[in-house]
Design a protein around this ligand. Structure first.
Ligand code: 13P
Ligand code: SF4
Length: 328
């Protein structure tokens, strides 16, 4: 019986080195087979993580896939809220995230106590939360959305419905501007998407006039305005494959370039630069915490495991299921 070392618990992941001579990739695949485990990965993880995964997707597709998998173990190579969503949808399965430190700045920008007060201050409003939230926030929510279905779900509600939307003010503003609604917004943002520089994107566009600009709706309004396509990671990937342009300027986390380039090796994908050229701000430092070594150890020791309090999960599952129903 393998027990989880206390040091590992403190670190949030299994820190043990992979034994010398072990073929890590082959072992990961072997363990998946032996344990009936499935590896899911988000487009922002490192390329080698995406390549070894059974399923790679945006946050909507990852939730849909979790709801239908018959695996006993789900290894979610992504951030904590993605593991929580999977666990809420599959309470009987073991859900693992290779590093518990992989959180999300949006989820962190929305503490449950304050959000609860915000909701209380807006009675008779429907509460819509972006999936990038903790389970505790989902327990306070009527409908969850992702960037892939937010517009469709908001549009499905009566025009005069009063809505509270959190935590991403940029996605909320974008929905308000397209739908003409006046959703009341929580003031949160993603540290990666907030940093893209309009000026530097326009400089790139001047140098590559035929390039199409792809923008995730977590970016600030002025960046969204210059986009040829605004959408979730999956929507941007699809557009880059279907559009006739040969060059694309990509204003979202740079991990998505891996799949874009794999699907269209003949096209050129230029990562949009952040406003501070001294940092790699177009990388999500949380997603990049997921490494092959941590994935290997996580499968080996079946830890770190995601737990969600039963009472919270029972409330949260309703708003996630409502999203899945509405986005069929
Ligand atoms: P997608 O829903 O587009 O995959 O985005 C998730 C995310 O975390 C964006 O920052
Ligand atoms: Fe969260 Fe931003 Fe990272 Fe997406 S890119 S997981 S919103 S911190």
């Amino acid at each position: 019986m393998i027990t989880v070392d206390n040091k590992w618990k403190a670190a949030g992941y299994v820190t043990e080195p992979v034994p010398e001579g072990v073929d890590m990739k082959a072992e990961i695949r072997r363990m998946c087979k032996e344990k009936n485990a499935v590896i899911m990965a988000h487009y922002y993880t490192e390329g080698e993580i995406q390549d070894i995964a059974d399923f790679v997707g945006d946050s909507l597709a990852l939730a849909q896939q979790a709801a239908r998998t018959d695996a006993d173990i789900i290894v979610m190579c992504g951030v904590h809220f993605m593991g929580e969503t999977n666990k809420i949808l599959c309470p009987g399965k073991k859900v693992l995230v290779p590093d518990l430190n992989a959180t999300c700045s949006l989820a962190e920008s929305c503490p449950a106590k304050e959000f609860g007060e915000f909701v209380k201050a807006h009675p008779s409003h429907t509460v819509i939360s972006y999936v990038n939230t903790t389970a505790a926030i989902k327990a306070l929510t009527d409908i969850v959305v992702t960037s892939g279905n937010a517009m469709q779900i908001v549009n499905s509600l009566p025009k005069d419905e009063k809505i509270v939307f959190g935590p991403d003010r940029n996605l909320g503003n974008y929905i308000n501007s397209v739908t003409g609604r006046q959703m009341v917004l929580w003031n949160g943002a993603c540290h990666v998407h907030e940093k893209f520089s309009l000026e530097r994107i326009l400089e790139l566009k001047a140098a590559h006039p035929d390039a199409k600009i792809l923008v995730h709706p977590e970016c600030k309004g002025p960046v969204v305005k210059v986009a040829d396509k605004v959408g979730s990671t999956a929507a941007l990937l699809k557009f880059s494959q279907e559009d006739s342009a040969k060059e694309f300027i990509v204003a979202t986390e740079s991990g998505i370039l891996h799949k874009m380039q794999q699907a269209c090796p003949e096209k050129t994908f230029i990562p949009a630069p952040p406003d501070d050229s001294t940092c790699a701000c177009n990388e999500c430092n949380y997603m990049k915490l997921i490494t092959m070594q941590k994935l290997y150890n996580c499968l080996k020791y079946e830890w770190p495991e995601i737990e969600v309090e039963k009472e919270v999960a029972e409330k949260a599952v309703k708003c996630i299921n409502r999203m899945l129903e509405l986005s069929k």
